[in-house]
Design a protein around this ligand. Structure first.
Ligand SMILES: Cc1cc2nc3c(=O)[nH]c(=O)nc-3n(C[C@H](O)[C@H](O)[C@H](O)COP(=O)(O)OP(=O)(O)OC[C@H]3O[C@@H](n4cnc5c(N)ncnc54)[C@H](O)[C@@H]3O)c2cc1C
Length: 447
């Protein structure tokens, strides 16, 4: 009997198009499918509250697909893997690569430690269409501007590989003690906000594919134009599924290509795939700038005159009580569902950064805790983009007017009436015109 092998699931909670899972099954050995909740190495970037709720349900679905054989543990992945390999006499571990700096450096340590004990580590790309180190400018430096990154870099590189079929379930190595899902303590102690929040979603691999199909059949047509209007609900809402790897970007890329060709959805398909490429671009930025979540890419912004946050003001932004209806609707959508429409993410972020002049990291932290799709690369790159200090960023002096943005993108007040019908009765937290002038003054000082 060959030694058992371990397949370590991380941000790839699926069985189809999962290169590590396929390789583990192909060995013909008994497999230990493993998930480790590692709050130790993640340090300040440990998963936020809404992500944990999503993870709970996603692990439940993955475990069902594995007929209850998923081994769940929590703690320091370095120690856990080493002890598990020793106890089970496993001589091979498979995983798909992660790109967050804390994960890459932890995985490098694990690889070194286990390789020295004659345990073979095989890792794969399961999460990105193009590896960050594959897409570089001709002079070998990374792209800082999105359009050439996508049009020249990505589209000029070999196309994303086609999805890998799901292998039949292997035989499992069963003598490992697993925690129960509840013992991972991912849900709030007393069931409360998590129940209504998760009721907006269907979690898991199967649900992700249904969501993609629904999007292609009913929303791809017109996506380019209508994606900006929050009340139309015209986007895919695949972000949490992509983040947790319930569906791979390869599956989304290829299925949308097939569908787009069949239905002649040219510009809509191109626009949708370019959004997928923004995700890739964010990962590339994070790869080349590991301090992206903490430090501005444009170093001038280290001198920016941010306002010291005042709890009451911050809470009014968080709770959606600013008196600016589109901002309030967005913040309340986020609180209720763990999601906010992209256009409104930009408006609410701009309000925090430019109207309140609060540091973008304060907003980044709030989104980190409340989004079900909270993703270190996308979140950090997007907050820096809005702040004007990131790559290919909106210039700081382009300041969204929350009133006209609302009029333009929610002309019939449908989105506002759904989430914040009372907002117009609230005394506005700031006068936008005055706030804008102050923000421009502060910007001039660092120019
Ligand atoms: C301040 C701010 C914070 C954000 N934080 C996150 C975050 O933590 N996690 C996250 O996934 N996205 C984040 N985004 C990007 C974007 O808002 C979401 O990806 C998008 O709203 C998800 O909805 P969807 O799946 O319906 O998108 P669709 O329009 O259907 O796009 C398809 C997919 O492309 C990717 N994508 C789309 N827009 C972007 C973008 N601007 N940047 C990177 N990838 C993109 C997502 O994976 C998305 O699922 C943030 C944007 C802003 C302005």
């Amino acid at each position: 009997m060959p030694s058992p092998v371990i397949c370590w699931f991380r941000q790839d909670l699926r069985l189809h198009d999962n290169p590590a899972w396929s390789a583990a099954c192909k060995t013909g050995a008994q497999v230990i499918p493993l998930y480790i909740l590692d709050d130790k190495n993640s340090a300040q970037w440990k998963m936020g509250s809404s992500s944990r709720v999503w993870l709970h349900h996603s692990l439940e679905m993955l475990n069902k697909s594995l007929e209850g054989n998923l081994v769940m543990m929590s703690g320091d992945a370095k120690t856990i893997l080493s002890e598990l390999a020793e106890k089970s006499h496993s001589d091979k571990i498979f995983w798909n690569r992660c790109y967050e700096p804390w994960r890459s450096s932890r995985d490098k340590d694990i690889k070194e430690k286990l390789t020295s004990k004659n345990i073979k580590i095989d890792h794969f790309n399961g999460s990105l269409l193009w590896e960050p180190w594959e897409i570089k400018k001709q002079d070998g430096t990374p792209y800082r501007v999105f359009t050439p990154y996508f049009r020249k870099g990505c589209l000029g590189a070999p196309p994303p590989r086609p999805p890998i079929p799901c292998p039949p379930l292997p035989s499992f190595h069963r003598n490992i003690k697993s925690k129960s899902l509840d013992e991972l303590n991912l849900l709030p102690k007393h069931p409360s906000w998590d129940i209504p929040m998760i009721s907006y979603w269907k979690v898991g691999e199967q649900a992700a594919h249904k969501q993609l199909d629904r999007f292609l059949e009913t929303k791809l047509d017109g996506y380019k134009e209508k994606r900006n209007y929050p009340s139309l609900d015209q986007t895919s809402k695949l972000s949490p599924h992509l983040h947790f790897g319930e569906i791979s970007p390869h599956q989304v890329w290829h299925r949308s290509t097939e569908y787009g060709i069949k239905s002649s959805a040219g510009p809509d398909l191109d626009c949708f795939q370019s959004e997928l490429a923004w995700r890739e671009f964010s990962y590339s930025l994070l790869h080349y700038n590991p301090d992206l979540p903490e430090k501005p890419l444009n170093k001038k912004f280290e001198q920016f005159d941010w306002v010291a946050p005042d709890n009451e003001t911050l809470e009014r932004w968080q709770k959606g009580e600013t008196g600016y209806p589109i901002v309030d609707a967005g913040m309340r959508e986020l609180w209720a569902t763990g999601y906010m429409h992209n256009r409104v993410r930009m408006i609410t972020a701009s309000f925090l950064i430019k109207d309140l002049r609060y540091h973008w990291r304060i907003g980044e932290d709030w989104f980190w805790d409340t989004l079900v799709d909270a993703n270190l690369a996308n979140n950090a790159a997007s907050w820096q983009w809005v702040a004007g200090c990131g790559a290919d960023a909106a210039p700081y002096f382009r300041i969204f007017n929350p009133t006209t943005q609302g009029e333009k993108f929610d002309p019939e007040n449908e989105y506002i009436n759904k989430w914040a019908p009372d907002s117009h009765k609230i005394k506005p937290l700031v006068d936008h015109k005055k706030a804008r002038e102050k923000a421009l003054e502060a910007f001039k000082a660092i120019k």
